[in-house]
Ligand binder design. Structure first.
Ligand code: COA
Length: 413
């Protein structure tokens, strides 16, 4: 390991304020956020790394121990976070040292076969084997055109506004059921729900505090929830011109989902509705009478990196049978480099080293992109990122890696 990687070490509780100051400095934030002095409840200091220059912290990183849904399974995932290098220390290989140390430790500890992160810039992490595996839809549209189709079934339940105390327990229960079927969704325990529901007035940008909805069936069972904010505005000619920003809409049934959206799209005095974190493949589009009213600008969201190719590929499920040898090129984590025999089907999978001839050759970035089932290996072949050796192997692998539910991660970390 390089000298730099050896100089990195976890921060102590006493050093936490210095770590947050370093983060605030690099991200251009004013110091003094809610956890400026004491670690936030989700922080795992033993998985942090910092580079000290005298008394100052010159580089930071952290890992959250997460659980992420992947096709057909839920797997432990190293959630990489707090990545900064001070302007005084940039472009000397510090980030490279952090990445090397993190990935080596994650692999040696055997806790997670997969790592994931949100990238501040999309030019940073590809060289370390990370690739975008989920997209957020980031849509907006004019309220007057965002109408549901007349044949949409909104069920017989009711939608009501509730306060946070009433909202939280049933929303947690609904989320815990729906997240298991959406690749890229993360487990949220109490600490992560606290973080999710924190409503810092300085981050509202002129909008109201978050408002909460529950959808309940006639017998009282809660089958869906939503959150949103309103930003009131008026035109010069006194016409209402408000904006509704939707946070989350999750439901156990299509009717509850439709009923929540019917409510959200018919709030008075709103001219524009937007949903910055919505899935790029939100079923809402198919509920609308005028699909073109919804303007979506998909942006890469969660990035994924296979830390242990064999374990990661064994952990997920494949909707079609696959029995292929993949030659994986991984210059940064050489323990993955080489040939892997992947045998899988809808109920199980096995992946191990082999010396058989390869059917496909691809780099670990391409494999990581395809892992959650949302990026086609055939598309990556079109970009020259996957090479087919055995005729038909790309079609077979693309079909088996694809997953019917589009991967999506609404939780930034
Ligand atoms: C991004 C950041 C962590 C990079 O740290 P660093 O120590 O300068 O990175 P390294 O010196 O290890 O760079 C390794 C390689 O990546 C390249 N690189 C690093 N940051 C890059 C960026 N933002 N865009 C494009 N290339 C970048 C370097 O040029 C270098 O390339 P080379 O090996 O061909 O010379 C640092 O600039 C930073 O803190 N930026 C602001 C905060 C941020 O964006 N954090 C990421 C949060 S997800």
């Amino acid at each position: 390991m390089s000298d730099l990687a050896e100089q990195l070490r976890p921060v102590t509780v006493e050093e936490w304020p210095r770590l947050t100051r370093a983060l605030d400095h690099v991200f251009g934030e004013e110091p003094g956020g809610p956890f400026a002095d004491e670690p936030s409840p989700v922080a795992e200091l033993d998985r942090s790394l910092a580079l000290f220059d005298g008394n100052r912290i010159a580089a930071t990183s952290g890992i959250y121990s997460l659980e992420m849904t992947v096709p057909g399974a839920v797997v432990p995932t190293a959630g990489v976070t707090w990545i900064t290098v001070a302007p005084t220390h940039r472009r000397r290989g510090v980030l490279t040292a952090v990445m090397r140390r993190q990935l080596t430790e994650v692999r040696d500890q055997g806790r997670e076969a997969v790592a994931a992160l949100w990238a501040a810039e999309s030019s940073i992490y590809g060289r370390f084997g990370y690739a975008p595996a989920t997209w957020r839809g980031g849509w907006s549209g004019p309220t007057e055109r965002l109408r549901l189709r007349p044949d949409v079934d909104c069920g017989t339940g009711t939608v009501r506004l509730v306060d946070l105390d009433e909202f939280r327990p049933p929303a947690m229960a609904v989320y815990d059921r729906v997240r298991r079927s959406v690749p890229g969704n993360l487990d949220r325990d109490d600490r992560w729900w606290d973080r999710q529901l924190r409503d810092d007035p300085t981050q509202r940008r002129g909008a109201t505090a978050r408002r909460y909805l529950l959808h309940a069936e006639a017998d009282g069972r809660v089958t869906g929830y939503a959150s949103y904010r309103v930003q009131s505005s008026w035109t010069d000619t006194s016409e209402p011109d408000g904006t509704l920003t939707v946070g989350e809409v999750r439901a156990l049934t299509p009717a509850a989902y439709a009923a929540l959206w019917r409510f959200l799209l018919s709030i008075d005095l709103i001219r524009t509705v937007c949903a910055p974190m919505a899935s790029a493949d939100d079923p809402l589009r198919h509920l609308l009478a005028d699909q073109r009213a919804l303007h979506s600008t998909p942006v890469d969201a969660l990035w994924v990196r296979l830390v242990d190719v064999g374990q990661a590929l064994s952990a997920r499920r494949y909707p079609a049978r696959i029995d292929l040898v993949l030659e994986v090129r991984d210059r940064f984590c050489d323990w993955n480099d080489g040939r892997w025999h992947l045998w899988g089907h809808p109920a199980g999978a096995y992946c191990d080293r082999t010396d058989r001839d390869p059917d496909l050759v691809l780099d670990v970035e391409a494999l990581s992109a395809a892992y959650l089932g949302g990026v086609s290996l055939a598309t990556l072949q079109g970009a020259g990122r996957v090479t087919e050796i055995s005729p038909g192997a790309v079609t077979a692998a693309s079909t088996a890696f694809h997953w019917p539910v589009s991967p999506w991660c609404p939780d930034e970390f």
